[in-house]
Design a protein around this ligand. Structure first.
Ligand SMILES: [Zn+2]
Length: 256
């Protein structure tokens, strides 16, 4: 199979259920899209059944609306089962096939267990970790519909924001400034009317509070927290710290 029919994406965010990535990193996805990067979302399951939703069609429509709000170019829903998602060879291959099709440079995925919430999230992390590896394996074409191999260059873990992201050994925290896309993120989450009815209005306060907390830690109005799966490095410290090239006028310091 060739990949010509699939657009090459810069970034893919993988969630277990539609609404996971909106809550975890919707502001970052909206920001990347605004900056001109090509962004995709892969939901491993349709997220159904859930208590207040009439069914998968409605949830799918919500997911489409949220993707539009964020400016996401491609949203793929795989047919793995909600509530009984398990890391398996088949699940790894199914996700790796999508990576081979869309060839992202960067993958954003679950980075921790979510105690008291769905165990699917932890399974999604295992599946994503493995699929990133499977995407580049040669001499295994028969499992991947003969899609060409693809090497993903970077993998960041996200958090749903209600607990501290545990760092893997030798990893690094980073915060993406979402000061100008926090409202877009909240609007995308609101697309899931079946998941967040009036009685769950507090969720929006929590998502906003987590964004303010993470943002302030890095000197921004709002932010989203990620952990790199390896130690972060730079070849240009000034550019890394200030986003500037040699010869650029130093920006006025921002003190808040
Ligand atoms: Zn979820």
């Amino acid at each position: 199979m060739s990949t010509i029919e699939y657009p090459r994406l810069d970034v893919i965010a993988v969630g277990a259920h539609p609404d996971d990535v909106e809550i975890a990193c919707g502001g970052t996805l909206a920001k990347l899209a605004r900056q001109g990067y090509r962004v995709g979302i892969i939901d491993l399951t349709d997220g159904e059944p859930t208590p207040a939703s009439p069914g998968p069609e409605v949830r799918l429509a919500e997911a489409k609306a949220a993707a539009e709000v964020l400016g996401v170019e491609v949203r793929v829903q795989l047919d793995m089962p909600n509530r009984r998602l398990f890391d398996s060879f088949e699940a790894r291959v199914a996700l790796a096939k999508e990576f081979r099709k869309y060839r992202p440079r960067l993958v954003l995925g679950f980075g921790e267990k979510t105690p008291l919430a769905s165990p699917d999230h932890w399974q999604a992390m295992q599946i994503t970790d493995a699929a990133i590896f499977y995407a580049r394996l040669t001499k295994w074409d028969e499992y991947f519909d003969h899609l060409p191999v693809h090497t993903i260059s970077a993998h960041l873990y996200y958090t749903l924001g209600f607990a501290t992201l545990q760092l893997p050994l030798a990893a690094g925290h980073l915060v993406v400034d979402i000061g100008d896309t926090l409202d877009t993120k909240l609007q995308a989450v609101r697309c899931y009317a079946t998941q967040f009815p009036k009685a769950k209005e507090f969720i929006f306060e929590r998502v906003r509070a987590a964004a303010l907390h993470d943002g302030v830690a890095a000197g921004y109005d709002a932010g989203e927290l990620f952990a790199s799966t390896r130690t972060l490095g730079t070849r240009d410290l000034v550019h890394f710290l200030f986003g500037q090239a040699p010869g650029d006028e130093p920006r006025k310091p921002e003190v808040r």
